[in-house]
Design a protein around this ligand. Sequence first.
Ligand SMILES: NC(=O)c1ccc[n+]([C@@H]2O[C@H](COP(=O)([O-])OP(=O)(O)OC[C@H]3O[C@@H](n4cnc5c(N)ncnc54)[C@H](OP(=O)(O)O)[C@@H]3O)[C@@H](O)[C@H]2O)c1
Length: 258
Amino acid sequence: MTNHATEHSKRPLEGRTILVTGAGYGIGREAALTYARAGATVLLLGRTQEALNDTYDLIEAESLPQAAVLPFDLETREEDPYVQLAQLIGQHFGKLDGVLLNAGVLGQRTPLDNYHADTWQKVMQINVNGQFMLVKQLLPLLRETNADASVIFTTSSVGREGRAYWGAYSVSKFATEGLMQVLHQELENTSEIRVNCINPGATRTGMRAAAYPLENPADVTEAADIMPLYLYLMSPASKAINGQSLNAQGEQAFVVPA
Ligand SMILES: NC(=O)c1ccc[n+]([C@@H]2O[C@H](COP(=O)([O-])OP(=O)(O)OC[C@H]3O[C@@H](n4cnc5c(N)ncnc54)[C@H](OP(=O)(O)O)[C@@H]3O)[C@@H](O)[C@H]2O)c1
């Protein structure tokens, strides 16, 4: 292998611009760092500016390509802010090579007959409607890339088989799988944008601790350990993978090629 090829495989996202939602905490922060280490300019989207700034600082501390902080609330129901966000990205970066739609909320863990309607609507807005509104506005920027663009949605095992007491979260992840499939079919033969889902599996984050308060976090996989799939699916090496819903860990884990 030539030095050039070695360098390229070490930094498979060199020169690419990647948007990560929920980049201030948990899996999103780790993915943002992973993509920056792979050479990408990462656009850090999330609700809490301080948390995004902390991720930005982690990227700066490693002298990686300078990131950009984009505070944005996916609970926003009006379309205009999404249009403006896409315009801002277009003005500064001209294109997008990938999007990791990772932001999400858990909602309540309770039977449906106790579930608050307000919480239901909030979870569906953030986990489904906000993802649709964002990705819709980003499609023109994804089409601008000369490389293969990758869109990754984030699902869960409760989005493949319903589970009692997981309420809107479970339903929102079924919808996420559906959104991925619809978009994949629409784009399959018309563009170079590919669309997939990742199910991270049990991962040590704030959301996992909220869902399983009695669990010892030390027993749960760290976000860094599931990054090989996040990197692979964002990289040109996975160009043939399209319309899939892949597991990052567990018995059915996707085996990332060495
Ligand atoms: N951890 C697990 O075991 C596990 C398992 C299966 C699936 N998942 C999925 O993996 C993804 C990441 O989860 P995580 O465990 O890393 O959770 P997390 O640590 O709670 O992070 C969730 C992220 O979403 C952002 N977010 C929430 N509401 C938002 C809003 N209204 N607008 C913009 N950003 C918002 C949060 O930022 P702010 O706090 O600033 O809003 C945060 O950065 C989620 O889609 C989750 O459903 C996780």
